[in-house]
Design a protein around this ligand. Structure first.
Ligand code: ADP
Length: 467
């Protein structure tokens, strides 16, 4: 395969330790091929729409990082408006939170066109392009309309809802036709893949053309599920490092008489935080012995505070935590410790390891990586228990977790109670199976299996035109 070109909304320098598993894994394959990573610089300029914004080119070893600035108006429409005000809520099944302002879709198209034009000028004939996530769905169609014939793959990191939910988006046919301009489209779960296949059959008369292969809009595409993982080796090394160890010791000392439950999330309405608090309240109400023996630490990092649905969820969560502590707290015990901030990545594994139970209960999540990090950070001799929403993409893989319906607070409370009481032998068995799964499907497996299939698509049908 030729040079790899990764395109994503934001570009991370893979050499920085804060970059996380995905950036590091992509960095490795980019390194191997002397690749290019293209995206938005994160900078805004106060210029009129249509201004030729600045391009920044950096070299990180053999990898070229190329980024462009956005005008504020483009950012408001493409990023805040369409990506996070339409696609994020609808793809997470929240039609009620979507704001279908016509100006947003125009801005989204405009930025994708601009990205296509500026990327095209940097492409080489044998490049293989890999586009990431919901900000850039129409990028391949825009590149194709400018004459790009290179192989292009796409991975959607968030869920894809069923066809009838997609159909509520004004312009959904344009959006979904855009996905069909790729050679390979990857999803997090089989459920998402199934929704895509149903959509293209129902709405675009796609015909099956072999395993995972479709004929649609007069060309062939591949579609498959590639559940993303973490870098398990790196995360276990982080767990053994002094900062995480120090955190572990401190938390274990502080909570030596109590079992710790932990939740770590971005503060997002898809994460089911109020529902989680209601389940915890139910636990305290139904199982009085937990009142003296369990503490929930909930860390929720600030996110997208320029979107109003996010400030609403913040207030709801604060009020629930306050009322639980007010109703159940004692002079020497607070049931919930809620912090609206980010924990340093180097310390996070220590917090996970000191916790008996992780509550990962999103209402909908493409994959969810927190649950995989929790598994990786455990001591296999005395591991904690994962309580996982069946609506996280990870639930398709992590069958040995305690799977819950986060809308059912009584059922979730019963599962948390079970987790708190689970005997050591059962904890070990479940953890062993979970660890084997996340090792087998780590982020390097994800990257390699996607690029392998994209390579195969190339061998079969190079240069299928886009009409
Ligand atoms: P999402 O991408 O929707 O935020 P994921 O679970 O897939 O959800 O990934 C979240 C990542 O961000 C994980 O690596 C997790 O460790 C990190 N993270 C989330 N919340 C926090 C927090 N409050 N403090 C530190 N890291 C966090």
């Amino acid at each position: 395969m030729g040079r790899l070109v990764v395109v994503s909304n934001r570009v991370a320098d893979p050499r920085k330790t804060a970059a996380g598993g995905l950036a590091v894994a992509l960095g490795e394959v980019l390194n191997d091929s002397g690749g290019l990573w293209f995206g938005w610089s994160g900078k805004l300029v106060e210029e009129p729409v249509g201004t030729e914004t600045q391009m920044h080119v950096h070299h990180a070893g053999p990898v070229t990082l190329a980024t462009v600035d956005l005008t504020r108006e483009d950012y408001d429409a493409y990023y805040v408006g369409y990506s996070n005000g339409v696609l994020w809520p609808v793809f997470h099944y929240r039609l009620d939170l979507a704001d279908f302002d016509a100006g947003y879709i125009e801005g989204y198209r405009r930025v994708n066109q601009m990205f296509a034009r500026r990327l095209l000028a940097m492409l080489q004939p044998d490049d293989v392009i890999w586009v990431q996530d919901y900000h850039l769905i129409p990028l391949a169609a825009e590149l194709r309309s400018l004459g790009c014939t290179q192989r292009i793959g796409y991975f959607l990191h968030i869920p894809l809802p069923p066809p009838l939910i997609l159909a509520a988006i004004p312009g959904h046919d344009w959006l979904m036709k855009g996905l069909c301009a790729y050679d390979l489209v990857g999803f997090q779960s089989n459920a998402d893949l199934d929704h895509f296949c149903r959509y293209i059959q129902d709405e675009a008369h796609a015909q099956p053309a072999g395993e995972g292969r479709w004929r649609v809009f007069n060309r062939f595409i591949h579609a498959a599920a590639f559940p993303i993982g973490i870098d398990v080796g790196e995360f276990r090394a982080l767990t053994a490092a002094p900062e995480a160890q120090e955190m572990y010791q401190r938390m274990s000392r502080e909570y030596s008489r109590r079992k710790l439950l932990v939740g770590v999330d971005r503060l997002d309405y898809s994460k089911g935080l109020p529902q989680r608090m209601r389940a915890f309240r139910e636990l305290l109400a139904r199982y009085p012995e937990t009142r003296q023996s369990a503490t929930l630490i909930q860390i929720a990092s600030p996110s997208r505070e320029d979107v109003s649905a996010y400030t609403d969820i913040l207030h709801e969560l604060e009020s629930l935590c306050g009322s639980i502590n007010g109703n159940y707290g004692e002079l020497d015990w607070m049931p919930v410790r809620y912090m609206h901030r980010t924990v340093a990545r180097a310390r996070l594994p220590g917090l996970y390891r000191a916790s008996r139970v992780a509550l990962v209960t999103p209402l909908r999540d493409g994959m969810n990586l927190v649950c995989k990090e929790f598994i990786a950070a455990q001591n296999p001799e005395d591991p904690g228990v994962l309580v996982l929403s069946r609506f996280a993409g990870a639930a398709e893989q992590l069958k040995e977790a305690l799977l819950v319906n986060p809308y059912d607070s009584e059922g979730t409370a019963a599962a948390i109670h079970l987790a708190l009481q689970m005997p050591l032998e059962e904890r070990r068995e479940r953890h062993k199976a979970l660890l084997a799964t996340i090792r087998r499907t780590d982020v390097h497996w994800w990257c390699d299996s996607f690029l392998d299939l994209l390579g195969q698509a190339e061998a079969e049908e190079s240069g299928t035109p886009w009409l």
